[in-house]
Design a binder for this molecule. Structure first.
Ligand SMILES: NC(=O)c1ccc[n+]([C@@H]2O[C@H](COP(=O)([O-])OP(=O)(O)OC[C@H]3O[C@@H](n4cnc5c(N)ncnc54)[C@H](OP(=O)(O)O)[C@@H]3O)[C@@H](O)[C@H]2O)c1
Length: 252
């Protein structure tokens, strides 16, 4: 399988390069600057990948990169959601461009593309309710309209999934293939895995906020392990996470 990786110079993207290669997937890295990517990776890895320069806000550039390189899958790590609700970023434009490109490229290839998007923990449901975690924690809100766009796409048009991690930390800045020492994350669809409910939820008005506060700090994971989640899923090629928002949790 050949994967178009957008945002390969980012925190997650750079770790996805060795992760994908370790799972025997071919990598086409879509970046704004090939010089920047070349300065970040060892030549042993660079020699195994194709690099395409482009702007992820352009659906035409993304579509052409998919079709010119005959990619079967796309991972979008380009763009970073704005933290505060009154700030904006390029992520919504990039997100919409990737959807449009994957849709059109899939039509032309007569086969839906497999696409992983990135959201955040707040996009998952508060277990036992119909509310999103971000209803109680008003940060990274750009993920909500992004997901609304994605949810409207049938999975026979784009075989999409959206990974919803909390804060991701780097374990190492050395990149080798095969990747060593990754830990398996616990995954679940729609709600955060391993959520601990509490009697505090029943406290009027503030209950959900208190339960959220107790839980949220437990969802920090390592970038390398999130890269492994996506790479492993693409290598397996099954439908387990297709059409789902996916939460991750690292046991202590
Ligand atoms: N990091 C976390 O803890 C965390 C947690 C939850 C969710 N997320 C989400 O996960 C995603 C990846 O996070 P990250 O930390 O890896 O982000 P990051 O380090 O900020 O990387 C963003 C990447 O996007 C690229 N980019 C931005 N605009 C672009 C454009 N117009 N065209 C092409 N590339 C463009 C950047 O390229 P340049 O190098 O050229 O700037 C960079 O490679 C984001 O959507 C973020 O919101 C992150």
């Amino acid at each position: 399988m050949k994967v178009l990786l957008l945002g390969a110079t980012g925190n997650l993207g750079i770790r996805l390069v060795p992760a994908l290669l370790s799972h025997n997937l071919a990598v086409v890295a879509f970046v704004r600057s090939s010089a920047k990517l070349s300065s970040m990776l060892p030549s042993a890895i660079l020699s195994q990948i194709t690099i395409v320069e482009g702007d992820a806000k352009s659906s035409d550039m993304i579509k052409n990169a998919i079709l010119d390189n005959d990619c079967d899958a796309v991972i979008n790590t380009a763009g970073l959601a704005a933290l505060l609700p009154w700030k904006t970023s390029d992520l919504p434009t990039i997100f919409a461009a990737v959807i449009q490109a994957a849709k059109l490229a899939g039509e032309q290839r007569k086969k839906a593309l497999r696409v992983w998007f990135l959201g955040g923990l707040g996009l998952l449901d508060l277990p036992g309710t119909k509310s999103l975690l971000m209803d109680y924690l008003p940060v990274y809100r750009e993920h909500r309209p992004n997901f609304a766009l994605l949810k409207a796409i049938p999975t026979d048009v784009i075989r999409w999934s959206i990974l919803c991690p909390s804060v991701m930390n780097p374990r190492s800045s050395e990149f080798v293939v095969p990747v060593k020492g990754t830990k398996k994350l616990i995954m679940s669809a729609t709600i955060p895995p391993h959520w601990k409910d509490s009697w505090m939820r029943r406290i009027p008005l503030v209950g959900p906020f208190l339960v959220l506060g107790k839980n949220v700090s437990q969802y920090t994971t390592d970038l390398e392990d999130n890269a492994e989640v996506i790479a492993n899923d693409l290598e397996n090629g099954d439908d387990e996470w297709v059409g789902k928002k996916v939460g991750v949790w690292q046991s202590a």
